[in-house]
Design a protein around this ligand. Structure first.
Ligand code: NAD
Ligand code: ZN
Ligand code: ZN
Length: 387
């Protein structure tokens, strides 16, 4: 079959690879009809999340069941499903505690950033490096879905792929950012990053009762998108002092909730690495610094952005003094997906309005390039393996 294969940082190509096959009675093989490129994939592309061997990319995908393992009774050939990005067994301690991204039975290859084994197993994702289980991803014609009795969800026939595709990852991720902050209604929510995850967090903030949603991003075209599809206020950190502006907008108090939907940028030079160790001058530590300053006392900061290294000078004193609640991690998609499918079905939310480009999978390298470099007003790229 054909697939998008990561070879080394900066090198993803459209290759011929072996077809996946059923390896366990709980597997299904899915014929992928649509798949998307995620900001998380850019961390692999840049080398920030390391992978040393060839790997099929992609954790945001949906498609049609092609073949089912002998233990599968919930799905049959021909069913059209979306697949949550974390791979989880559904029965272990963590799965039973709503923490499917910490499943004990899905990742047998958990290596730490320095190649050491992490202290515990956990977090397996499709197409997300050996660190996350070494599974092949769904930017391909076909993909093997483990534990398919647990996670895939059948989607309504009358909805397009585009309407439901983002239930795999970015809508539940944006939803987690807001759910973890437990809004009561009337909150001011400031969302740093207005890429796909930020845009989804903006939608989730409105649905959960925010009275004001503020999007922050240095890219004006993404702020325009945010205003157009989500009717939010916007701030560009290259043009205004974001912390001051948020304080002004909140009577000096600060936002009730700040969300990091940016994530880390790899330190590309030795000087950057040195700076990252001692202060906030590089990459997205700037964002966390702004978020901790812009949030009100006893407010909440949720960090959906992915971080790949250790940082010194974390603002422990500010966090303590303000009495902040901090939440972060991979989105527990399974906790939310049924509710979120209902929201889409009931037309309480529209997800496909963030798509800027649809390309055949054969043009995957171009898709990554545009999304990474933020060219051609790129916001979200959907890839079609069969078109
Ligand atoms: P993206 O790269 O398209 O979006 C990031 C946005 O942040 C960009 O629009 C960029 O301009 C903006 N940005 C950069 N510097 C900024 C600054 N100083 N202030 C404000 N904004 C700034 O990626 P995405 O797909 O939206 O993903 C965002 C993050 O979420 C990534 O780190 C990704 O890995 C992570 N993610 C996490 C989960 C999870 O489960 N926790 C799931 C999906 C994605
Ligand atoms: Zn993703
Ligand atoms: Zn489990």
């Amino acid at each position: 079959m054909k697939a998008a294969v990561f070879h080394k940082p900066g090198d993803i190509s459209y290759d011929t690879v072996d077809d996946p096959r059923i390896e366990d009675p709980r597997d299904v093989i899915l014929k992928v009809t649509s798949t998307a490129i995620c900001g998380s994939d850019l961390h692999i592309l840049s080398g920030g999340v390391p992978q040393t061997s060839d790997m099929i990319m992609g954790h945001e995908f949906m498609g049609i069941v092609e073949e089912v393992g002998s233990a599968i009774t919930n799905l049959k050939k021909g069913d059209r499903v979306v697949v949550p990005f974390p791979i989880a067994c559904g029965h272990c301690f963590f799965c039973n505690h709503g923490a499917s991204p910490s499943c004990e039975n899905s990742n047998y290859k958990h290596y730490g950033p320095n190649g050491d084994m992490m202290d515990q197993k956990g977090a397996a994702l499709f197409g997300y490096t050996d660190l996350y289980g070494g599974y092949s991803g769904g930017q391909a014609e076909y993909v093997r879905v483990p534990y398919a009795d647990i996670s895939p969800r059948i989607v309504p026939d009358n909805m397009t792929d585009e309407q439901v595709l983002f239930l795999t990852d970015i809508f539940p991720t944006g939803w987690s950012a807001i759910d973890w902050a437990q809004l009561k209604g009337g909150e001011v929510v400031a969302i740093f990053g207005s890429g796909p995850v930020g845009l989804m967090a903006q939608k989730a903030a409105w649905i959960n009762g925010a009275s004001r949603v503020i999007a922050i991003d240095p890219l004006n075209y993404r702020l325009e998108k945010a205003r157009a599809v989500n009717n939010v206020d916007t701030l560009n950190p290259d043009e205004v002092d974001v912390v001051e502006a948020i304080r002004e907008m909140t009577g000096g108090r600060g936002a009730d909730v700040c969300v990091d939907a940016v994530g880390f940028e790899p330190e590309r030079t030795l000087l950057d690495k040195a700076k990252a160790l001692v202060n906030f001058e590089v990459g997205s530590m700037k964002v966390l610094d702004m978020a901790f300053k812009a949030v009100r006392r006893s407010g909440t900061v949720t960090i959906m952005g992915v971080y790949g290294s250790t940082y010194d000078n974390f603002p422990m004193h500010r966090m303590f003094d303000k009495g902040l609640t901090i939440r972060q991690g991979q989105a527990p998609v399974l906790n939310y997906i049924d509710h979120l499918i209902d929201l889409v079905k009931e037309e309480k939310v529209v997800l496909d309005d963030i798509i800027s480009h649809t390309l055949p999978l054969s043009e995957v390298a171009k898709g990554y390039e545009m999304f990474d470099k933020k060219e051609d007003d790129c916001v979200k790229v959907v890839l079609k393996p069969w078109e």
